[in-house]
Ligand binder design. Structure first.
Ligand SMILES: NC(=O)c1ccc[n+]([C@@H]2O[C@H](COP(=O)([O-])OP(=O)(O)OC[C@H]3O[C@@H](n4cnc5c(N)ncnc54)[C@H](OP(=O)(O)O)[C@@H]3O)[C@@H](O)[C@H]2O)c1
Length: 320
């Protein structure tokens, strides 16, 4: 792992699910879960837009409860306040996002995250998405200014192209790139991961459990579940993808581990700079997920997983 992540475990904790996107979440339990993850030495991943600022508020409370020093990563750029505007970005999920990456917006968003989190400096700040109407130079320079001002320690990008990673790194060192990466969606291997490796950054993998799909416990979704928007979890795609998952589950059985642990162990086996950030509302699952760090997959198992789930194997369009 790069020096920036020496203080944390290679598996982090994604806090988005504490906002009810994949089912109801209670604040009191969420704060305990966050404090538990902090004390386990996991990087906490959030975004100002998660719950419209509420997720960062929860983290502030967890920081007061936790015994250990935390490593917090947040994101800006996804417009969530009614008085803010931005550019429209299509996601392929049936609804667009509004993104703002102007210098003014970046500065304001980072200041607001500092206040909500109740910290003087944020360990890592990502541009959640790049704003198509604002130059990459303007956005990344504004982030670099926040580093110079002592408000942010390191910067990252999320949902970007390989070329954008390289261009941004010329303006200011990019510590991490966040992108969806798991056996469920391996497209990052095509060109983003090589670019990340080239600049010596880390790939922080969002939805490392395929938003729960790879755990084998998502067979049917509730009506208000956000994952209904994911083409991989709709109709025939969902049925076919569940069939393929059965092969992955058999591999987990061979190791006497859970499918979630196999999915995370596979990611960790891809390189020291690959940092999965699984999310869970349950403390027991934090332990389960962390145990994946002690699973060593044999080369023949990795080869078998390549056969079962090569790039593009799981059907359905993807976000960004
Ligand atoms: N940059 C971006 O654009 C972006 C996009 C999406 C996500 N993210 C980040 O990535 C993080 C993780 O992604 P994600 O939450 O979408 O998906 P994920 O971590 O792949 O999966 C989360 C789901 O898996 C379940 N789960 C977790 N551990 C489990 C286990 N051991 N056994 C069974 N089920 C388990 C959780 O349910 P329970 O809560 O019931 O345990 C939850 O429904 C987010 O929290 C967020 O921080 C970033």
């Amino acid at each position: 792992m790069s020096n920036n992540f020496q203080a944390v475990k290679q598996i982090g904790y994604g806090a988005m699910g504490l906002e009810g996107y994949y089912g109801a979440s209670e604040d009191e339990a969420a704060i305990k879960t966050l404090a538990y993850a902090i004390d386990k030495g996991m990087m906490i991943d959030t975004a100002d837009a998660y719950g419209g600022g509420h997720n960062e508020d929860l983290i502030k409370q967890a920081l007061m409860k936790a015994d250990k020093k935390a490593f917090i990563a947040t994101k800006f750029g996804l417009v969530f306040e009614e008085d803010q505007t931005g550019s429209t970005v299509d996601t392929g999920w049936g609804f667009p996002l509004t993104i703002n990456g102007t210098k003014e917006y970046v500065t304001r968003a980072i200041d607001n995250s500092l206040k909500r989190l109740g910290v003087d400096c944020i360990d890592l700040v990502y541009a959640h998405y790049l704003d198509p109407q604002t130059s990459l130079v303007e956005t990344v320079s504004a982030m670099a200014d926040a580093v110079k001002a002592g408000k942010v320690k390191a910067i990252g990008l999320s949902n970007v192209t390989a070329q954008e990673v390289i261009e941004a790194h010329k303006i200011h060192p990019i510590t991490a790139v966040q992108y969806e990466y798991s056996l469920f969606r391996r497209e990052a291997e095509i060109d983003i991961l090589p670019a990340i490796n080239r600049i010596g950054a880390s790939l922080v993998c969002w939805s490392p459990l395929g938003a729960g799909f790879l755990t084998g416990q998502v067979q049917q979704l509730e009506e208000n579940d956000f994952r209904n928007n994911n083409p991989k979890m709709q109709g025939e795609n969902f049925t076919n993808n569940l069939q393929r998952l059965e092969e992955i589950k058999k591999v987990a059985e061979e190791y006497s581990i859970t499918p979630a642990q196999l999915a995370l162990a596979w990611l960790v086996a891809q390189g020291d700079n690959i940092i999965p950030i699984p999310g869970s509302r349950k403390i027991t699952r934090i332990d389960e997920n962390l145990q994946a760090l002690s699973v060593n997959l044999r080369p023949e198992t990795l080869a078998k997983l390549n056969e079962i789930a090569p790039v593009g194997a799981f059907k359905g369009g993807t976000l960004v």
